[in-house]
Design a protein. Structure first.
Length: 145
């Protein structure tokens, strides 16, 4: 056995840890970072279809669909129009807007804290993420959401 650290395992563990950190910070808003990511992008879009939102969020349609079912169950999003799943429009509900408004300052605070913790290493982390994303054909890193 080699002493090399598996890059995939290391990145997955770091992603899991970061998710836990952000989930804890967002907890008072009732959102998890996965929910926040979707509703933040949704709030910046103008009535996107599920397919359009999937592109904005950087998820495949089936993964986004699972996220949207949770958000719909929590009454944070609603769907309208469209004769099939691909053409349905996704909208934030009042409750979704309120949750986002509650979560934004919490997200900004944890974002600031984590950037401070990373310090000078932040640029290196972003370069690593860009390299990994480029490897799978992604052309950009979204704003981290």
């Amino acid at each position: 056995m080699t002493d090399d650290i598996c890059l995939c395992t290391g990145l997955r563990q770091a992603a899991h840890a970061m998710t836990e950190i952000y989930d804890q910070a967002l907890a008072p808003s009732g959102l998890k970072i996965t929910m926040f990511r979707v509703i933040r992008h949704l709030s910046e879009a103008e009535a996107p279809t599920i397919s359009e939102l999937a592109k904005l969020v950087g998820l495949d349609r089936s993964s986004l669909g699972r996220n949207l079912k949770v958000l719909e169950r929590e009454q944070l999003v609603s769907f309208s129009g469209g004769e099939d799943e691909r053409s349905k429009v996704v909208r934030l509900t009042r409750k979704g807007n309120a949750a986002l408004a509650s979560a934004m300052p919490l997200w900004r605070e944890v974002q600031k804290r984590m950037k401070s913790n990373l310090g000078a290493e932040q640029d290196a982390v972003l370069r690593v993420l860009a390299i990994v994303n480029a490897e799978v054909g992604l052309t950009r890193i979204s704003s981290g959401l």
